[in-house]
Design a protein around this ligand. Structure first.
Ligand SMILES: Nc1ncnc2c1ncn2[C@@H]1O[C@H](COP(=O)(O)OP(=O)(O)OP(=O)(O)O)[C@@H](O)[C@H]1O
Ligand SMILES: CC(C)(CO)[C@@H](O)C(=O)[O-]
Ligand code: BAL
Length: 285
């Protein structure tokens, strides 16, 4: 695996792949890789001739009081894991390379309606930072296919919208959430948790499972389910950020007419903010 850090070397490698007629699958990450990320790479390998991954802790998607500085950076282990999986090229830019004029740029890519909902309520600048950096990375890597985790459901939905609205010739693939045996979704931020907190955090998956079982039995009273789940999460010692039922396509709040519904959750455990989700049905029952 070749590792490149500058825009020029990345562009030159991409050009070489393109000239050789190779299709490109892209896996953007912020590093500190776990088996969830590796699933993305495995899927990417089945979709194109070469796989390009990136590791970049993107300052533009962090709010002022968030964990940009403490976000885990483990480049050496990450590179080894990606090389072992057969990634062809790893791009590891610095903030100065991605934002030579600093973060106060003139041009952003934004999907405003959905960005303001759910995670956007407590992280107001987050999704604008995500869609802007993903667009920049897409421009550099020029992938045919790009893989994103369903764990970040709102992010995945925004990126699909961005690609459609901007006519980008890229197929976006959603990869199912990889979990611990306890059900806890794999996340770099799980590293902030103690063993006791990891146990407490399993209430998120249990809540999703409960909601799925209720809906499968015909209970579509989302308001009552929301109250029940909020209470369940708070009883386990977490502070709920949001519990929302959304239309899985538009991501607007679910209505009786929604053909597909996803339950989206976010909660704080101490200072750590965790998210999870579960599609409850994809065709109205
Ligand atoms: N458990 C998981 N299963 C599948 N994909 C995942 C999982 N966790 C993260 N991903 C995906 O990996 C990509 C990179 O995510 P990122 O580097 O932010 O990791 P993360 O574990 O989600 O970190 P964070 O703790 O910041 O949320 C994203 O597309 C994300 O959705
Ligand atoms: C897509 C992404 C790499 C953009 O920085 C990030 O939001 C992530 O890791 O999910
Ligand atoms: N996985 C989403 C990246 C973030 O929380 O900043």
């Amino acid at each position: 695996m070749q590792t490149v850090q500058t825009v020029e070397t990345l562009r030159s490698q991409v050009k070489t792949f393109k000239q050789a007629g190779k299709s490109i699958a892209f896996v953007p990450t912020m590093g500190n890789l776990h088996t969830g990320h590796l699933e993305l790479v495995k899927v990417a390998k089945t979709k194109a001739d070469v796989v390009i991954a990136s590791i970049f802790v993107n300052p533009m998607q962090f709010g002022a009081n968030e964990d940009l500085d403490s976000y885990p950076r483990t480049l050496e282990e990450d590179s080894q894991a990606l090389a072992e999986l057969g990634v062809n090229l790893l791009f590891t830019p610095t903030p100065e390379i991605m934002y030579p004029k600093g973060l106060a740029v003139q041009t952003f890519v934004e999907v405003p309606n959905v960005s303001a909902l759910y995670c956007g309520q407590s992280r107001p600048v987050h999704f604008r930072g995500v869609t802007t950096i993903v667009n920049k990375l897409f421009n550099l890597v020029q992938p045919d296919v790009a893989c994103f985790g369903e764990k970040d459901f709102q992010q995945l939905s925004l990126i699909k919208t961005m690609v459609e609205d901007l006519s980008l010739p890229i197929e976006i693939i959603g990869v199912p959430t990889k979990r611990e045996s306890s059900g806890l979704a794999k996340s770099s931020r799980n590293g902030y948790l103690t063993e006791v907190q990891k146990q407490q955090a399993t209430v998120l998956y249990q809540s999703l499972t409960l909601a799925k079982a209720e809906v499968d039995q015909g209970n579509l009273n989302f308001a009552a389910l929301k109250a029940q789940i909020q209470q369940k999460i708070e009883t386990a010692g977490l502070v709920v950020d949001y519990v929302e039922f959304a239309d899985a396509k538009s991501l607007q709040p679910a209505t009786e007419d929604s053909e597909s519904v996803v339950l989206l959750l976010a909660a704080y455990l101490g200072k750590t903010r965790l998210i999870d989700n579960q599609v409850l049905f994809t065709k109205k029952p």
